[in-house]
Design a protein around this ligand. Structure first.
Ligand SMILES: [Zn+2]
Length: 213
């Protein structure tokens, strides 16, 4: 996984820019904003998103977070970040360091997309999966679903699983390769569409969605 977050503002924004002229305008606006107050907003976002990595003491998980953020912003691959973390914490096994680096890198990307979306007043995103056999069932359920940034879902709960991991956004849990695609233009969505609203998945027409959006 290559993460050129600051150099090209991420794949979802490039895709949006290709789709229509509003997307292109937003993309250019973003490029400008990244040089402004974006850095500090993103840092605050990451800090608030930073979960305690359960198997590590809090002070170490904060250092891991800081290091992953630095590496991600520098455009390093997750595998390189994982190697560096391993060097810092020799008692952490390679597999664990890799898992932590991938998870934290993915969460960082989602946090960046969220920060950018909020700056632009985009309240919704579409949950996208990598559409292959390794996508977990609870996330297959979420593919293409409209989600409000202010109200993350619990995919496991929606699936009816016994074990849940709380509410979280696309890409924000271990071994998750999903990502959020910001909703820029309702014309680009196929209606009726699945919407996460009021704690459940509902199929809505555009008119129904506009009433709650
Ligand atoms: Zn996923």
């Amino acid at each position: 996984m290559v993460t050129h977050l600051f150099s090209d503002a991420g794949r979802t924004w490039r895709q949006a820019a290709r789709k229509n002229s509003r997307g292109r305008q937003l993309y250019e606006l973003l490029q400008t904003q990244m040089k402004g107050p974006m850095g500090s907003i993103v840092l605050a976002q990451i800090r608030s998103n930073a979960e305690i990595i359960r198997t590590l003491p809090l002070s170490i998980s904060e250092q891991v977070n800081a290091h992953v953020l630095q590496g991600t912003l520098a455009g390093l691959r997750a595998s390189v970040i994982a190697e560096q973390i391993k060097a810092f914490f020799p008692d952490v096994t390679k597999a664990k360091a890799g898992l932590i680096a991938r998870t934290e890198t993915s969460k960082t990307q989602t946090a960046l997309t969220q920060a950018r979306s909020e700056l632009l007043g985009l309240d919704w995103y579409i949950w996208r999966t990598s559409k292959d056999s390794r996508v977990r069932d609870s996330h297959k359920l979420m593919d293409g679903v409209l989600i409000k940034w202010a109200a993350p879902p619990s995919p496991e709960k929606l699936e009816g699983a016994d074990r849940t991991y709380g509410n979280y956004h696309a890409g924000c849990i271990f071994n998750c390769r999903c990502y959020p695609e910001p909703v820029i233009d309702l014309d680009l969505i196929q209606w009726p569409a699945l919407v996460y609203h009021g704690g459940s998945l509902r199929r809505m027409t555009r008119r129904q969605f506009e009433r709650i959006a």
